[in-house]
Write a protein that binds this ligand. Structure first.
Ligand code: IPE
Ligand code: IPE
Ligand code: MG
Ligand code: MG
Length: 351
């Protein structure tokens, strides 16, 4: 293959397996793409503008990663016979109740897209699930959304009472930072990188992240909010933790500024798509499918994307976000296919 190009850090080489070179009926092989990558002059970022030549199965990928995440969370969570036993029972009740594990899986997939070793990836990824689970326990409390069904079971406070649910949430939040700082779990992670990861987690979870979004959300109840206000709620209450997940996976794998920026843009679009999909499912899903009660947004006087655009219009907007997110990944090769498929899964999911 002839590449009359001058190497420069500013250039991106788009690797396209030329269809003309293929014999009729022959599908592109891994060899074709590897050959194209090998011919990339040094200094060019070799990228692929075609979907993976060997299509991945996102269902298998999600299942495999979910099992790994569940196993790790189980191994680091105190048993329910460890004092204070009710606290640990209550933490485990929600943590091991069968969440989709989207945030840790996004972190793992982002690290894979960057393609370098990522010491401490599992504790980093699982710290996001601890924060997420705490946010759900608190979100369901009578003082917030007052929901009585979550992950296919009665909500935490329905079983353990409000005080224990608050404390279980507090403990999960704190445990997230413990996981990211434990020397045994984070062995091999550069200390400066570790501090950066912890800061990303705090930023995505706290007052300017998820907690801030929850505040905007409850302040908007029964108010005639406009679309930018709704976007701002979604960006914070759901988007910031998803953004942190992708960034933390990428940072753990040593991503440089430019790929990190691309991945951050991907995550922002995926985060919005995720919450729009949640809004749509709240209208269209059943309790059996969702593992939580449907129609609660309308009952609580919350304006959501379907309120503004109707169900179909909201679905279309979520699909637009997904398309934008996938386009952000154009500088990445097949290693980013899990991220591409995760973006598609987020709007096609039924729970
Ligand atoms: C639900 O999150 C709450 C939102 C932020 C939209 P998930 O849909 O990821 O819930 P689980 O973790 O699978 O239960
Ligand atoms: C949950 O948002 C967001 C967080 C817990 C941060 P919602 O209140 O809209 O989600 P569900 O419908 O209860 O899962
Ligand atoms: Mg809520
Ligand atoms: Mg809620």
């Amino acid at each position: 293959m002839d590449l009359p190009l001058r190497a420069s850090d500013e250039h991106i080489l788009i690797v396209r397996v030329l269809r003309a070179r293929r014999a009729p009926g022959r599908s592109p092989s891994l060899f074709d793409s590897l050959q194209a990558f090998c011919y990339a002059p040094s200094g060019f970022r070799a990228c692929c503008d075609e979907p993976s030549l060997t299509p991945m199965n996102i269902k298998d990928y999600l299942e495999q990663k979910r099992v790994e995440v569940d196993r790790f969370l189980d191994s680091v969570s105190p048993t329910s016979t460890t004092p204070p036993t009710t606290l640990h029972e209550s933490m485990r009740y929600s943590l091991m109740a069968g969440g989709k594990r989207v945030r840790p899986i996004l972190a793992i997939a982002a690290a894979e897209a960057v393609g370098q070793p990522a010491p401490g990836l599992m504790p980093i990824a699982c710290s996001l699930e601890l924060i997420h689970t705490y946010s759900l326990i608190h979100d369901d409390l009578p003082a917030m959304d007052n929901d009585d069904f979550r992950r296919g079971k009665p909500t935490n406070h329905k079983v353990y009472g409000d005080a224990m649910a608050i404390l279980a949430g507090d403990a999960l939040l704190t445990m997230a930072f413990d996981l990211c700082s434990r020397p045994d779990l984070m062995k091999g992670c550069d200390p400066a990188r570790q501090v950066r990861l912890i800061q990303e987690l705090a930023h995505g979870s706290g007052n300017v992240g998820m907690v801030g979004g929850q505040v905007f959300d409850i302040q908007a109840e029964n108010k005639d909010i406009d679309l930018p206000t709704l976007q701002n709620i979604h960006k914070h209450k759901t988007g910031m933790l998803i953004r942190a997940a992708v960034r933390m996976g990428a940072i753990a794998a040593g991503a440089e500024d430019r790929p990190l920026d691309d991945l951050t843009s991907y995550a922002e679009d995926v985060g919005l798509a995720f919450q729009i999909a949640d809004d749509v499912l709240n209208v269209t899903g059943t309790r059996e499918e969702l593992g939580k009660n449907p129609n609660t947004d309308a009952e609580r006087g919350k304006k959501t994307y379907p309120t503004f655009y109707g169900t179909e219009g909201a679905r279309k907007l979520a699909d637009d976000c997904v398309a934008r997110a996938i386009a952000r990944l154009s500088p990445f090769g097949p290693a980013a296919d899990p991220l591409r498929e995760l973006a598609r899964y987020i709007t096609s999911r039924r729970n």
